[in-house]
Design a protein around this ligand. Structure first.
Ligand code: SF4
Ligand code: SF4
Length: 376
């Protein structure tokens, strides 16, 4: 039974989280130049054990979580992935595997199906082997993904294709969309690269031009209409050229909860970039205690913490002031208005910097995490 009726600051009711992102591991055979995982990855030796993860899933289900995203790094790097999926499924959690596909075999896919896996989200780093393997920094990765899509379809598991778009691939969007249709994906998520984590190191190579952003937005609109009933397209447009920010995480501490590979519980994937916050660990505290009463979750929950212009803004219940991590990174203050907002005093500077980056040399090789080698 879920805990309900908790009161937050300002008297708002705190509902249980709807979705949990379980970052099972930070290990990953790929090295995407925009990887959003922290610069300092958590080590395999510090990861939660099988039993500890199952206990987290148990607590999550009891407190009312409905969706469980099994993510990473590459979740297939965990040998116990089938066991974890089965445990989650037995607790009636809707399980979504977010994977690069590398590390999955046909047999493992069948075992995941038997374990009750509900959905697969497969990342694509490019529309063909040559470009995808350069971006992912992994030779043969594209071919593996094609097989994973096939096995997923054979199992009858719904497939979503995830594509991060950026300066170097935005002009290939048509090919990416055609590929998603060929792979029989039901949904395509096109997310414009976010400049946190490793993406900052490859800013010039990845920052789209404002013309690319406008063309992509128009194309998505047109293709959505053309592919109605065939493919659903979710599109996350570029931040830097937007008027208002997105409701990051659907609002801080409102619908989503993240657990990192070591059991640290975070209000968002990048929350550790905010130095003033301290985070609880599932090894020390019960999950509901952390969600309802944890300092990090209550720091930016609701609207009481807001400064002007957010405090008196008519959109404060729509976007919740945007992204706290972006405010921290650009304004140096996690409680500031998200600098992508037209009402932020930093917006013009942010946009000018983005335009300058997008006019730079994008032919420079990517810088890959943990590797000396670079590739064009
Ligand atoms: S973004 Fe790429 S490198 Fe990072 S975890 Fe995902 S697949 Fe691995
Ligand atoms: S001022 Fe704050 S609440 Fe208003 S639109 Fe901008 S970020 Fe959103």
């Amino acid at each position: 039974m879920s805990e309900t009726g908790h009161q937050g600051q300002g008297g708002d009711t705190i509902d249980p989280p709807m979705a949990m992102l379980a970052e099972l591991t930070h290990r990953c055979p790929l090295a995407c130049p925009y990887c959003s995982n922290p610069l300092q990855l958590k080590q395999a030796k510090d990861e939660l054990s099988t039993e500890q993860w199952i206990d987290v899933f148990d607590q999550a289900a009891k407190m009312g979580v409905l969706h469980l995203h099994l993510s990473g790094g590459e979740p297939a790097s965990r040998r116990d992935l089938v066991e974890l999926t089965q445990a989650a499924s037995e607790r009636d959690l809707y399980t979504n595997l977010i994977t690069s596909g590398v590390g999955l075999t046909e047999q493992r896919m069948n075992s995941l199906d038997d374990a009750g896996l509900d959905h697969v989200q497969l990342s694509l780093q490019g529309a063909d082997a040559q470009s995808a393997d350069v971006v992912g920094g992994y030779k043969g990765g594209f071919e593996r993904k094609m097989h994973v899509a096939e096995w997923t379809n054979s199992c009858g598991i719904p497939l979503t294709v995830n594509a991060v778009c950026h300066r170097r691939n935005m002009d290939d969007l048509d090919t990416m969309i055609d590929l998603a249709v060929t792979l029989q994906a039901r949904r395509l998520e096109i997310a414009t690269v976010q400049f946190n984590g490793w993406a900052v190191r490859n800013r010039a190579q990845l920052m789209p031009t404002s013309e690319q952003v406008a063309a992509t937005t128009a194309k998505v609109e047109a293709v959505r209409e053309r592919l109605k009933g065939v493919l659903v397209i979710d599109y996350v447009p570029a931040d830097h050229f937007a008027t208002y920010p997105k409701a990051c995480m659907g609002g801080w501490g409102r619908i989503g909860i993240n657990v990192d590979p070591t059991g640290l519980v975070l209000p968002c994937h990048a929350a550790e970039t905010i130095p003033s916050l301290t985070f609880d660990n599932v090894k020390d505290k019960a999950l509901p205690d952390i969600w309802y009463r944890g300092d990090a979750f209550n720091a930016f929950r609701g609207t009481e913490w807001m400064q002007e212009p957010c405090r008196s803004c008519e959109r404060k219940h729509i976007d919740f002031g945007g992204c706290r991590c972006q405010a921290m990174a650009v304004a140096g203050d996690a409680a500031a208005t998200d600098p992508v907002c037209a009402k932020s005093p930093l917006r013009d500077e942010l946009r000018a910097n983005a335009i300058a980056a997008s006019a730079g040399d994008d032919t420079q090789p990517f810088v890959y995490r943990g590797r000396e080698t670079v590739s064009s």
